[in-house]
Design a protein around this ligand. Structure first.
Ligand SMILES: [Zn+2]
Length: 273
């Protein structure tokens, strides 16, 4: 998504993983560093020593994909395209679209709190064993009550999601208790931006990556619309429909300023609408 806004004169080098990018910083000399800017996913946490550097631009939410979905406007268009035919009036479909988006964000944020807690326990599987020893990532439809949550548009508690994850992934009792404890700690953390605990505004920002969100939204839409919609399809629809004005996305704004500072044109405002 971001590449669409980068000036053609800039060489973009994709790297896989924040740790690889940040680790490479120690191997570059001052001259090389002066002409580079690193764009990384926040992924829940970025060490504070990286946060103050002008040459490191961090996603506003957990990653750049979820930045696009939340900020770019394409999400509304995408969902409206799918659910529009279910309604007689444009107004009804707009209202339902807004509710569905709130639900999808709330659900993937809540799931993210549970998943993050599980990830902090070594060797606890978050992937589902399927035949032939293969594993695949867990999907919304693997959780027993998921279709009820979708039909009621009701977001379950973190604790409920942990219990359903535990069922689907056959976690043992000890691990289930630990995940509950860690998740409760995560939920009770104070949000610095809004000065409250269990901040639902920040749930999606801190805990849901683009992959989880796209996959959950695809499952939700599949249930709601009644035809199968894939994660890739929904991700593409969101990207296609998204656009950013210069001030709307911190990542672009910071890249632009960094470019000015080092005398390079980074962001191509000609493509911004
Ligand atoms: Zn907050």
């Amino acid at each position: 998504m971001i590449v669409r806004y980068i000036d053609p004169s800039v060489r973009v080098v994709p790297a896989h993983g924040k740790d690889i990018i940040l680790g490479s910083l120690d191997h570059l000399n001052a001259r090389e560093l002066a002409s580079c800017t690193f764009v990384v996913d926040c992924d829940g946490e970025v060490e504070s020593k990286w946060r103050t550097r002008e040459d490191i631009v961090i996603s506003q939410h957990r990653d750049l994909d979820i930045d696009t979905a939340v900020l770019g406007g394409g999400l509304r268009h995408a969902v409206l395209d799918y659910v529009g035919p279910m309604f007689e009036s444009r107004r009804e479909s707009e209202v339902f679209t807004a509710r569905l988006i709130d639900f999808a964000m709330g659900l993937s944020g809540t799931f993210g709190v549970a998943a993050d807690a599980a990830r902090s326990i070594p060797d606890l599987p978050l992937r589902l064993s399927v035949t032939d020893g293969h594993r695949r990532k867990i999907e919304l439809s693997d959780l027993t009550s998921s279709s009820r949550w979708v039909s009621d548009l009701s977001i379950p508690s973190v604790a409920t999601i942990i219990d359903e994850l535990a069922d689907a992934l056959s976690w043992n009792k000890d691990n289930i208790t630990k995940v509950h404890q860690i998740a409760a700690l995560g939920e009770s953390k104070m949000c610095r931006m809004h000065h409250k605990t269990g901040c639902d505004k920040c749930m999606i920002r801190r805990y849901s990556g683009g992959h989880t969100f796209h996959s959950f939204l695809a499952s939700i839409l599949t249930l709601v619309v009644g035809t199968s919609i894939s994660e890739q399809e929904i991700a593409r629809s969101i990207r296609v429909g998204s656009s950013f004005a210069s001030e709307e996305w911190d990542v672009l704004k910071r890249l632009h300023l960094r470019g000015i500072h080092i005398g390079l044109k980074y962001v191509d405002f000609g493509t911004l609408n």
